[in-house]
Write a protein that binds this ligand. Structure first.
Ligand code: HEM
Length: 135
């Protein structure tokens, strides 16, 4: 598996554990006020990271590019900034909203990088229809 896929999957499972912990905490306490943070930890942190990892595993040539690692670090940094701040904000601390906004913009920028990776050709050979060799 390409390194970037491995990193995305390791990060994803950490977020799933945190997301489930937040879900259990809500369910046990009966206080569901932080449910948007729980939902985003699971969907941005677990589901989306795992999809990125799967995409790079299926496209090892793209995974080998420097931009794939830039995508990983930017996306993960954005999620790590955004989600704890979102959780704190939902606990009644509106002053932290600019941090949530900053993290969100970083996540959005990383998704645009991924869009660039997806739409860019794999290699000159694959563009002409000849499958690229996989690793
Ligand atoms: C043990 C695991 C989990 C527990 C105990 C749990 C618990 C909860 C609870 C208590 C809520 C609040 C419901 C409400 O107030 O309306 C919630 C909402 C939500 N959860 Fe989870 N959850 C778990 C796993 C997951 C996973 C794995 C995902 C996604 C991959 C997920 C996605 C969501 C979403 C999207 C919402 C918001 C639903 C809405 O808008 O009403 N949850 N969860």
């Amino acid at each position: 598996m390409p390194k970037v896929s491995e990193l995305f999957f390791k990060t994803a499972i950490v977020f799933l554990i945190l997301g489930i912990a937040a879900g259990l905490q809500m369910a046990i306490s009966g206080d569901h006020s932080a449910f948007p943070a729980h939902a985003h930890i699971n969907l941005l942190g677990w589901v989306t990271s795992a999809i990125f990892g799967g995409y790079y595993a299926l496209n090892p040539q793209k995974a080998a590019r420097r931009i794939a690692m830039i995508h990983y670090w930017l996306y993960t940094a954005g999620v790590v900034i955004m989600l704890p701040a979102l959780y704190v904000m939902l606990q009644g601390n509106p002053a932290i909203e600019p941090v949530v906004a900053g993290g969100s913009l970083i996540v959005a920028a990383a998704v645009l990088i991924f869009a660039f990776v997806v739409f860019s050709p794999e290699t000159a050979r694959s563009v002409s229809g000849v499958p690229s060799p996989s690793r």
